[in-house]
Write a protein that binds this ligand. Structure first.
Ligand code: CP
Ligand code: NVA
Length: 297
């Protein structure tokens, strides 16, 4: 059974295929008469809407479930929730606080489990980010992506996605907020350059895309004051963008906080691709579902 808990659960050729399938129009109705359960322990605008619509576009029925409705390990065990939902649904997506819940789901599930964001990773976002870069630049291999700010779940998945696509990656993060070291080593093992630095100018020099994320992820609200002070100097502003390559673009998974991780003139300016990037969440999720179900149904 194939699950999708992190981007590199796909091999490089499989990732390229998902990006191709994401652009297939019209999409074949491979989920006719079938359901996809979408569990959310945290809020969502893009992920819920894009995944519901992608399932609908494939002829399936999306069923969004709030975390408290299933009550992982409170109402019943994670394993029993998973096995129950698998009786009805072709796949189960889940947005969870603790990544280990997804691993427990995947360990017992007879249907694919898809990570809709965890504390560790956001692989569906990574797919949409690559799709956005591919559409804009016409290809991926040889690009350089810079990350500025928190080495978050989104940063980790973009780093691993980049490594599968032959994109070099440079992250500028305050000490203590760098991307997960294991993921950095995995990416380097694929032969791409990965730089982790505290120097924003060094990271963005020559970058084709500058990317960032909120300084305070969902579940980190208690760390707000410390994070705000640690991330001072890590705002993507026009001066940062000016140090990237000519023609560089700006990406942000959203939700954004103007005046914190990015200034309004950058995110709302001509270099920003955040709206096609948000739209691509739907196309990328449809491509992923097609890769999971296209050949078996
Ligand atoms: N980018 C993203 O995952 O947005 P939501 O949290 O609104 O789903
Ligand atoms: N890092 C953010 C991403 C939101 C899409 C979070 O986990 O809240």
């Amino acid at each position: 059974m194939r699950h999708f808990l992190e981007v590199d659960d796909l091999a490089p050729d499989e990732l390229a295929h998902v990006l191709e399938l994401a652009q297939l129009t019209p999409a074949p109705a491979v989920l006719t008469g079938r359901g996809v359960a979408l569990i959310f322990e945290k809020p969502s605008s893009r992920t819920r809407n894009s995944s519901e619509l992608a399932v609908f576009q494939l002829g399936g029925h999306p069923l969004t479930i709030r975390g408290e409705e299933v009550g992982f390990d409170r109402r019943e065990s994670v394993e029993d929730v998973t096995l129950t939902l698998a009786q009805y649904h072709a796949a189960i997506g889940a947005r969870v606080f603790d990544h280990k819940i997804l691993e427990r789901m995947a360990a017992v599930s007879p249907v694919p489990v898809v990570n809709l964001l965890s504390d560790l990773a956001h692989p569906c976002q990574g797919l949409a980010d690559l799709l956005t870069l591919q559409q804009h630049f016409g290809g991926l291999s040889g690009l350089k992506v810079a990350w500025v700010g928190d080495g978050s779940n989104v940063c980790r998945s973009l780093l691993l996605a980049a490594s599968l696509a032959g994109i070099s990656f440079a992250a500028a993060c305050p000490a203590g907020f760098e991307p997960d070291r294991g993921a950095v080593e995995r990416a380097r093992g694929r032969g791409v350059d990965v730089l982790v630095t505290g120097d924003v100018a060094e990271a963005v020099r020559g970058a084709d895309a500058v990317c960032t994320d909120t300084w305070i992820s969902m579940g980190q609200e208690a760390e707000e004051a410390g994070r705000r002070s640690a991330f001072r100097g890590f705002t993507v502003d026009p001066l940062v963008m000016a140090q990237a390559a000519p023609g560089a673009v700006f990406l942000h998974c959203l939700p954004a906080h103007r005046g914190e991780e990015v200034t309004g003139d950058v995110i709302d300016g001509p270099q920003s691709l955040v709206w096609p990037q948000a739209a691509n969440r739907m196309h990328a999720f449809r491509g992923l579902l097609l890769s999971l179900f296209g050949s078996v149904l």
